[in-house]
Design a protein around this ligand. Structure first.
Ligand SMILES: Cc1cc2nc3c(=O)[nH]c(=O)nc-3n(C[C@H](O)[C@H](O)[C@H](O)COP(=O)(O)OP(=O)(O)OC[C@H]3O[C@@H](n4cnc5c(N)ncnc54)[C@H](O)[C@@H]3O)c2cc1C
Length: 430
């Protein structure tokens, strides 16, 4: 066992720290304006391209950084320190697009997306279908030359930035949940609302309506009926990232709070000498250390391969644990700052609002617990608790076949997007 960063990981971490530092400059603008103006968006795009960390989950041959999971987590925890969801400025394609694009779709959507020229957003959730996407009411009626999509989608993150949407709809009359690539300028796609949320995010989460939207057969991502599996593959990937962000967010909050506790004098001494403040600092440091270990371990297990269902439950453990820990740490940081912790120009206040959604999106904490309990019920505890003694499996490369379990809240095939499993390509990260 070796817990030190390899030279490659240390370089990557430095690169991510540098990138986060450059993006951090935009936090105040984002908070004040609930988003970024076109000039700032364009400048950020250049900053990300210069870092070489765009599309880090995609193969180098497809214009991505080709990072393993441990490498992605190393980067993402640094980005997690950013407030206002600015980590989203470091774009990456969805696992669904990576796994299932045809060569034509790859040329049209995925490669431009990897270059930061096009953006996609996921349109899965509906008013009556959140935790249980099987309940969606959006339908895609078969027509002579394709499909006619009708329905409503809520909370579409990056929906303002995106030029195309990944829309989950039930193909009729087959009754098959299917993902469609829908250009936003297709007639019938309508922006229904742009609600305000607790956080002031870098981008919007609008609702969209689809009124008789005609798409061709070439709009189907993967196969008809494969929609839920692809959605789960995407959730799997996003949950790892959310967990990594949570660790980074918590560490930034604790660093700021401990600096303040050293500086702030009340009761005749710096508040860091007061034992009740010490307890909060100690609990927070422990929360972060424990969850960093868990997130890296899970990433390492995914890189090694293994039972997809067990990996899925491990990812759920990391998500629920890291996001709930971040909630505790950030809450304590606000408390340590006192009134100053409640002011919006303080990053801990923004992290307090920003991190709340991590317990809701990509599967709520309750849903993650159901997945963990399901693993315990079906396969027992060993896969979750014990370190592996088996040799690593050989990872499949891009384009190879993935197992696709279809059960609700089960894992994405082998739990890996293709770009993350090949050997590292030298120079992948500039
Ligand atoms: C800011 C934001 C951005 C989002 N971005 C996107 C996006 O880009 N694309 C997209 O498609 N969706 C997006 N979502 C939607 C998000 O994934 C859903 O909000 C989430 O899955 C929960 O669904 P719901 O809100 O309908 O809550 P519900 O599913 O109605 O759940 C309500 C409560 O019931 C609990 N619950 C539900 N089922 C069970 C159960 N079986 N057992 C125990 N408890 C249960 C939940 O845990 C929760 O506490 C976003 C949401 C937000 C807030």
């Amino acid at each position: 066992m070796d817990f030190s960063y390899s030279p490659r990981l240390a370089d990557l971490k430095e690169c991510a720290v540098d990138l986060a530092r450059k993006i951090m400059v935009y936090e105040d603008e984002c908070e004040a304006g609930n988003g970024l103006g076109p000039e700032s968006r364009a400048a950020l795009r250049q900053i990300v391209l210069a870092s070489g960390l765009q599309a880090m989950n995609a193969p180098v041959a497809w214009g991505g950084a080709g990072l393993t999971w441990v490498e992605q987590v190393t980067v993402e925890e640094e980005l997690g320190a950013l407030t206002n969801g600015l980590w989203a400025a470091v774009w990456r394609p969805t696992a669904a697009a990576l796994l299932a694009s045809t060569p034509e779709q790859r040329e049209r959507y995925l490669l431009p997306e990897n270059r930061g020229e096009r953006f996609g957003a996921r349109a899965i959730t509906e008013p009556e279908a959140g935790s249980d996407p099987r309940r969606i009411a959006t339908v895609a009626e078969r027509t002579l030359d394709g499909y006619r999509i009708t329905g409503e989608k809520w909370f579409v993150t990056l929906g303002d930035l995106a030029d195309h949407l990944l829309v989950l709809a039930i193909v009729r009359p087959d009754g098959a949940p299917t993902l469609f690539l829908v250009d936003k300028d297709t007639p019938g796609v309508r922006l229904a609302a742009t609600p305000r949320y607790t956080h002031n995010f870098a981008y919007e989460h609008p609702h969209f309506a689809f009124d008789d939207v005609h798409v061709g057969h070439d709009a189907v991502l993967g196969e008809v009926g494969a929609g839920l599996d692809l959605v789960q593959a995407t959730f799997f990937e996003e949950r790892v990232l959310v967990a990594a962000h949570a660790v980074g967010a918590a560490e930034r909050a604790l660093r700021l709070a401990s600096d303040w506790a050293r500086e702030r004098v009340q009761g005749g001494q710096p508040i860091i000498r007061h034992q009740l403040i010490q307890a909060m600092l100690a609990d927070s440091a422990t929360d972060i250390a424990v969850n960093r270990m868990l997130v890296y371990r899970v990433a390492w297990e995914i890189d090694r391969g293994g039972d997809p269902k067990t990996l899925n439950a491990m990812v759920a453990m990391a998500k629920v644990s890291a996001t709930e820990a971040a909630g505790r740490v950030v809450d304590r940081a606000v408390q340590i700052f006192g009134g100053r912790g409640y002011m919006r120009d303080n990053p801990v206040e923004r992290l307090y609002r920003d991190t709340r959604v991590d317990r809701i999106w990509m599967g709520t904490s309750e849903v993650q617990r159901l997945m963990i309990a399901n693993e315990i019920d079906k396969r027992g505890l060993s896969g979750l608790l014990r370190f592996s003694t088996a040799p690593a499996e050989t990872n499949a490369g891009p384009g190879e076949e993935n197992e696709r379990p279809g059960a609700e809240n089960e894992g994405p095939g082998n739990g890996q997007a293709p770009g993350t499993r090949g050997p590292l390509v030298e120079g992948a990260v500039r």
